[in-house]
Design a protein around this ligand. Structure first.
Ligand code: GTP
Ligand code: MG
Length: 632
């Protein structure tokens, strides 16, 4: 169930609050100061149920030019606007400013209301109508119904209700599946309840007992209670205004502009990529201008970094970065309002292309290309653009989901499903563009063939060396993914710690082959006691022996147990099995038993035991040594 959220807009004293009161029976001006001065200062809220049962929520805004920032805190979440123009005064400055704001926010529907018609003669009404039509020409309000009303006499109110019912019927559904987000417009304490925040739930759902996070501070809390239109409910869906009672948070920890979300679903940001539009009646905007940016109900100071040209001309739009002076929460496709620092007037608006943008340099062709693609793409398309830009670094799924405003699981499935990205790791999951995987594959093959060329007598390259040479900047798991893909394609040979090109074979001369057999035989004959390289080199070509021994160790045939103790791999493996058989995991290994088992003297036993420690078969604890369980 979704109500229609209608915002008022218009110049001061044009009868906005009186109209809301006439329609709902509730005076939206609730502050003492508002009642005394007869003007609206802050947002007011009221609701009514129309004849057909449609619920309409009103967000009544102040018309005073000094309170436009309050107007903005309410205008971001509305479905439709009532542009209220007093028939006796016609279009005035804040009529224009509010209208521009609604346009820049992407408000899609609305009504033009000529108010106070009881106080204006036919001619005045005709002039007001003419000027109103002129103002909205070419906008979402062109062709919208224009209604003559009087809150005082009740003229036209029934017609207005009928038009509201039509708007209710035609309102666009908000997505309850998207990211849950409630920009806070009020926070207060209620006796007996504690801290309450209100706002429009612009996406997702909220239930009683849900865990929530208040951003940008990151404060965690829990929903203790929910109200819609003054009645307690169990659940609120997107498109409704809600009052949320929060557990364990003090009211001073929350302010208008904070965003209520599910924990870890949204990320705060200080750098936004946007498409910036400057209003036609403004002067040109220079690069580095300090502005006020209104993001949903928040206001932050920011610098504009123009990315295309040194200045933005009135009535034009351009790609830009907004560098915020304190963090805020924004989502892709959000509409922002930009106001000048001083005097505070609305100068333009922006559409968010990337809410978690990397720092970009101006007039950089690659950056501009990425942003132009982002401007046109849907959520998975935008994710592909960002992934490709990240290259071999990849992007954590959570950040990517936050950047394109899509649920993590759906996004991962979409990208992995069509092969445009590979999925790595668990916590965090990182996505890598298909192009980046291909790049890493090519680099791996290149590094291996160079290695084999430079080391013809080495059977393989160590994984760690490959990692250093090719995967330095890539996420964890990228090497394993690439190696497995290449091995599956028959291009690589993978061993425990080494990797080689499948095509690589060591060609040994007849003399080298003979020596290899001799050495292998000698090592085998030495048994578990092993033999030293020095011994093997005696009466032979020492350098050649060293090369062949390295080859045997690369191949995994021979293991270097101690400094001068080479043992055949099979015998070492058999020893590990035997140790675990005799001493169950956790039991103490007694050295006497070990000596007896191997038949070796102390001189040989110590390096063997140290080797077992390194291999995690045993662990040294003080004077004792314990046997560990085998890794699964
Ligand atoms: N004659 C006449 N006066 C009206 C009508 N509606 C409002 N007024 C008067 O106009 C004045 C301003 O009305 P509000 O409804 O407070 O105007 P507003 O647009 O809400 O003003 P701000 O919120 O401060 O921008 C009050 O004195 C109202 O009594 C109407 O239909 N006819
Ligand atoms: Mg008012």
């Amino acid at each position: 169930l979704q109500s229609l959220i209608v915002g008022t807009a218009g110049h001061i004293d044009h009868g906005k609050s009186a109209l809301v009161r006439a329609l709902t029976g509730t005076d939206p001006d609730r502050l003492k100061e508002e009642k005394e001065r007869g003007i609206t200062i802050d947002l007011g809220f009221a609701h009514t149920t129309l004849a057909g049962g449609e619920v309409v929520s009103f967000v009544d805004v102040p018309g005073h030019e000094r309170f436009v920032r309050n107007m903005l805190a309410g205008a971001h979440g509305i479905d439709a606007v009532l542009l209220v123009i007093a028939a006796d005064e016609s279009v005035m400055p804040q009529t224009r400013e509010h209208f521009h704001i609604c346009r820049l926010l992407g408000v899609a529907r609305g009504l033009v209301v000529l108010s106070k018609c009881d106080a204006a003669d036919a001619e005045m009404q005709a002039i007001a109508e003419l000027e109103a039509r002129e103002l909205v020409r070419g906008s979402f309000l062109e062709g919208a119904p224009l209604l003559r009303v009087s809150a005082r006499s009740g003229l036209g109110l029934d017609g207005l209700r009928r038009e509201l019912a039509t708007l209710h019927r035609e309102r666009r559904a908000r997505t309850t599946e998207g990211v849950t987000r409630l920009p806070v417009d009020r926070a207060f304490t209620l006796r007996g309840f504690g801290t309450v925040v209100t706002g429009t739930l612009v996406g997702g759902t909220l239930r009683v007992l849900d865990e929530v996070e208040l951003l940008p501070a990151g404060r965690r809390s829990r929903v203790r209670g929910l109200q819609v239109h003054g009645s307690a409910v169990e659940q609120v869906e997107a498109g409704n205004r809600a009052a949320v009672n929060l557990a364990g948070v003090e009211v001073h920890e929350i302010a208008r502009g904070d965003v209520l979300a599910r924990p870890d679903s949204l990320l705060k940001t200080s750098m936004l990529d946007v498409e910036l539009a400057l209003l036609p009646d403004q002067k040109a905007l220079a690069d580095e201008t300090r502005v006020r940016v209104h993001v949903a109900s928040a206001e932050v100071l920011a610098r504009v970094r123009l990315l295309e040209a040194a200045a933005l001309r009135p009535g034009e739009r351009a790609l830009a970065q907004l560098r915020l002076e304190r963090p805020a929460v924004a989502c892709r496709d959000d509409r922002l309002i930009v106001r000048s620092y001083s005097p505070q007037v609305t100068i333009g608006g922006a559409r968010v292309l990337d809410p978690l943008a990397p720092k970009r340099r101006a007039r950089n062709a690659a950056s501009l290309d990425v942003l132009r693609r982002l401007a046109l793409a849907n959520a998975p398309g935008a994710a592909r653009v960002l992934l490709r830009e990240a290259g071999v670094r990849g992007v954590p799924l959570r950040a990517l989901a936050a950047r394109v405003n899509a649920p993590e699981s759906g996004l991962a499935d979409a990208l992995a499903g069509d092969g445009s990205a590979a999925r790595l790791g668990r916590e965090p999951v990182v996505l890598l563009a298909a192009e980046a995987v291909a790049e890493l594959e090519a680099a791996t093959l290149g590094a291996l063939s160079r290695f084999h060329r430079e080391n013809p007598l080495k059977a393989a390259m160590s994984r760690e060396e490959l990692r250093r040479r090719v995967f330095e900047r890539a996420p964890t798991g990228a090497l394993e993914l690439v190696a497995e893909r290449l091995a599956a394609a028959g291009k690589l040979r993978i061993a425990a710690d080494t990797i080689a090109l499948a095509s690589h074979s060591i060609s040994l001369s007849a003399a080298e082959l003979k020596l290899r057999d001799e050495l292998l035989h000698a090592v085998r004959a030495a048994g578990i006691a092993g033999v030293s390289a020095v011994e093997l080199a005696a009466r032979r070509d020492a350098r050649l022996v060293e090369r062949i021994l390295r080859l045997l160790s690369d191949e995994g045939r021979v293991v270097r147990v101690g400094e001068s103790q080479l043992v055949e791999r099979e015998q070492v493996d058999a020893l590990k099995v035997e140790v675990r058989r005799r001493w169950p995991p956790g039991s103490r290994l007694d050295v006497a038993g070990f000596k007896e088992m191997t038949g070796l003297s102390r001189k040989f036993v110590i390096p063997l035991l140290e080797y077992l420690d390194r291999e995690k078969v045993t662990r040294r604890a003080g004077a004792d040594r314990f046997v560990l369980g085998a890794a699964p």
